[in-house]
Ligand binder design. Structure first.
Ligand SMILES: O=C(O)CCC(=O)C(=O)O
Ligand SMILES: [Fe+2]
Ligand SMILES: [Mn+2]
Length: 221
């Protein structure tokens, strides 16, 4: 599977990880929906996934919540990390967040099984601020953004393993985001076969909320 993915990737014309419904929306969201391919080294990906595995393995994949946004997943909120992982998260912070932004104290870790997927949603504005930054481990996937008022306006992000994506401002507030299920997992013509994917997601706090105030976010906010 990994082999066929590599093969497919080479057929892309030029390095592009973002596609959209038109040049206007691509331009407008140039700084609001960002993909940084190969943000992690293979060793860093290994560091994170090894550290997360014991905790994740203790949990069961969840399905069948008719109203839930996420299907075929398990998750955890992690606030204590090894020194090596802290250094990685520090790099995410520097790359994605501004000096005035405070991050949620725990990092959201989401483990999607190969047939797991995330339906379109906008992260709760009550619990999450203007910026969402996610590392993707193990499997490629496609994240689709659709304007909540203008469904003809959309972007797709190709999230390769070891990439970082950043959604901020308009991309975070005015567009829903979703992770496509395996049957629908295409980036344009490019088939993006889904395996197990772990994402490590950092979020800023809502501006008006200080770090010590009550109101811990729900596991998936
Ligand atoms: O897995 C991801 O990268 C995104 C997860 C997500 O959208 C959420 O938990 O709100
Ligand atoms: Fe989300
Ligand atoms: Mn969520």
């Amino acid at each position: 599977m990994a082999g066929s993915w590599q093969l497919a990737r080479r057929t892309l014309s030029g390095p592009s990880w973002v596609r959209g419904s038109g040049p206007a929306v691509l331009n407008r969201l140039r700084d609001a929906a960002v993909v940084r391919p190969a943000f992690l080294t293979a060793a860093e990906e290994e560091t994170l996934s090894r550290e997360l595995e014991p905790d994740l393995r203790r949990r069961r994949y969840e399905y069948d919540h008719w109203d839930a946004a996420i299907h075929g997943f398990r998750e955890t909120e992690k606030s204590r990390w090894s020194e090596a992982s802290r250094a990685i998260l520090q790099r995410v912070k520097a790359a994605a967040f501004g000096p005035s932004q405070t991050l949620l104290s725990s990092v959201h870790v989401l483990d999607l099984e190969p047939r797991g997927y995330i339906k379109p949603h906008v992260d709760s504005v009550k619990f999450c601020g203007a910026t969402i930054a996610g590392l993707s481990l193990l499997s490629p996937s496609v994240m689709r953004l659709v304007h909540t008022q203008e469904p003809g306006e959309w972007l797709e992000l190709l999230l390769e393993p070891r990439s970082l994506y950043i959604l901020r401002d308009s991309a975070r507030y005015d567009f829903s985001h979703e992770i496509l299920r395996d049957e629908e997992s295409f980036f344009g013509e490019l088939r993006v076969p889904r395996g197990r994917r772990i994402s490590v997601i950092c979020r800023s706090l809502p501006e008006e909320m200080g770090p010590g105030e009550p109101g811990q976010p729900p596991p998936a906010c």
